[in-house]
Design a binder for this molecule. Structure first.
Ligand SMILES: *Cc1c(COP(=O)(O)O)cnc(C)c1O
Length: 371
């Protein structure tokens, strides 16, 4: 089945008792045993599983072409469960522009338990040089946040495979509509469902999707069940509802982002535009090879430094100044201030989550703000 069909049907089931076409929200924390001690409904206690979560996990797994999915209370909870599932002493290689929340988890919470290197993962020689006998995981994020760098997934997988190292990919920016890392050889996909899956900036969630139900996956499941980083039944319901329109929303985001990127590139006050759909993007050819479309996120640098970037951001009327991304409304953010002192993000960079407003209105707003 195609992704539009999966998005609509794989997360929903007609209710057997009421015949309600749309799944009911099951708030019960506990499920009745049969007289023989079994659980005929397939659920025991909601920290372990819940009907709404099972449906959500079903659609998440199918969207990414995985064997199973686990849904979490946030993207960071999903990432944290991966790190918690690794044996102490494991070495992780991650990109130097890894999402700052997960980079900080490693640096502040896992120092002394795991070891890690943050490197330019696109440079095969640098990557090879950092591999050690105890390297267990290569983490990639493509397109990256907020520089929109592209990592060649197949290339990293080829290096990792030879040494028996797992590859996990943060696919939040791309979504499975634009890119499917498992099909390119990755072992695990991570999402912040808070972003495009939720799509309306009104819920938090995270997900992991695995290529196979191996021992590592069982460990991740165990971490989640014991740690309890689970989404509520209502959040699961809202996510499956939003996912039904994901493929069509992404089309709109991609359409608007491409046109906005092309417009920005022509503006004299713009120093550079980072969008993988532009032929001028340094890894445009890799993006074309591994993505079906280029996503709804872009960044641009304003000439004149941080002060000029601040002037532009404060003049925007339709774009809301806020962090996060993937909602129907356009957001703009001065990313360096969010990421803190060790950021590698240029201070004149603005990150844009291109929403689903009409592109003419978005362009007109940017035009007046730059002018
Ligand atoms: C937002 C985000 C996360 C973290 O997800 P939360 O839902 O905020 O916990 C991880 N990776 C990327 C790329 C993100 O944009």
């Amino acid at each position: 089945m195609k992704i539009e069909t999966i998005a609509i049907h794989a997360g929903n089931r007609t209710d057997e008792t009421s015949k309600a076409v749309i799944q009911p929200i099951v708030l019960s924390t506990t499920f009745e045993r049969a007289t023989d001690g079994t659980f005929p409904g397939g659920h025991i206690y909601s920290r372990a599983s819940n009907p709404n979560r099972t449906l959500l996990e079903n659609v998440l797994a199918k969207l990414e072409g995985g064997a199973d999915a686990a849904s979490f209370s946030s993207g960071n909870a999903a990432g944290m469960s991966v790190f918690q599932s690794l044996p102490p002493g494991t070495h992780i290689i991650a990109p130097d522009d890894m999402y700052h929340g997960l980079r900080n988890q490693l640096k502040l919470l896992f120092a002394g338990i795991l070891t890690f290197d943050f490197i330019d993962i696109n440079d095969s020689d640098v990557l090879q040089k950092h591999i050690r006998p105890e390297t267990g995981l290569i983490w990639i994020e493509t397109p990256s946040n907020p520089l929109l760098k592209i990592t060649d997934i197949k290339k990293v997988v080829a290096i990792a495979r030879k040494q028996g190292i797992k590859v996990a990919c943060d696919n939040t920016f791309a979504t499975p509509v634009c890119q499917q890392p498992l099909a390119l050889g990755a072992d695990l996909v991570m999402h912040s469902c808070t972003k495009y899956f939720g799509g309306h900036s009104d819920l938090m969630g995270g997900a992991l999707i695995t290529i196979e139900k191996d021992d590592w996956w069982q460990k991740i499941r165990q971490v989640q069940e014991m740690g309890g980083a689970i989404p509520s039944p209502l959040d699961c319901y809202m996510l499956t509802r939003s996912i039904k329109t994901l493929p069509y929303r992404i089309r709109g985001h991609v359409h608007n982002a491409q046109l906005l990127a092309e417009f920005l590139q022509k503006q004299p006050k713009v120093e550079s535009v980072m969008y993988p759909g532009l032929p001028s993007h340094p890894q445009h050819e890799i993006a074309k090879a591994q993505m079906t479309s280029f996503g709804g996120m872009l960044s641009f640098c304003v000439k004149g430094g941080q002060d000029e970037a601040a002037r532009v951001i404060n003049k925007l009327k339709i774009f809301t100044r806020a962090t996060s991304l993937g909602g129907v409304e356009s957001l703009v953010e001065h990313r360096a201030t969010v990421e803190g002192p060790d950021t590698k993000t240029p201070f004149n960079l603005l990150r844009v989550s291109v929403g689903l407003e009409h592109i003419d209105d978005l362009i007109a707003d940017i035009e007046q703000a730059l002018g």
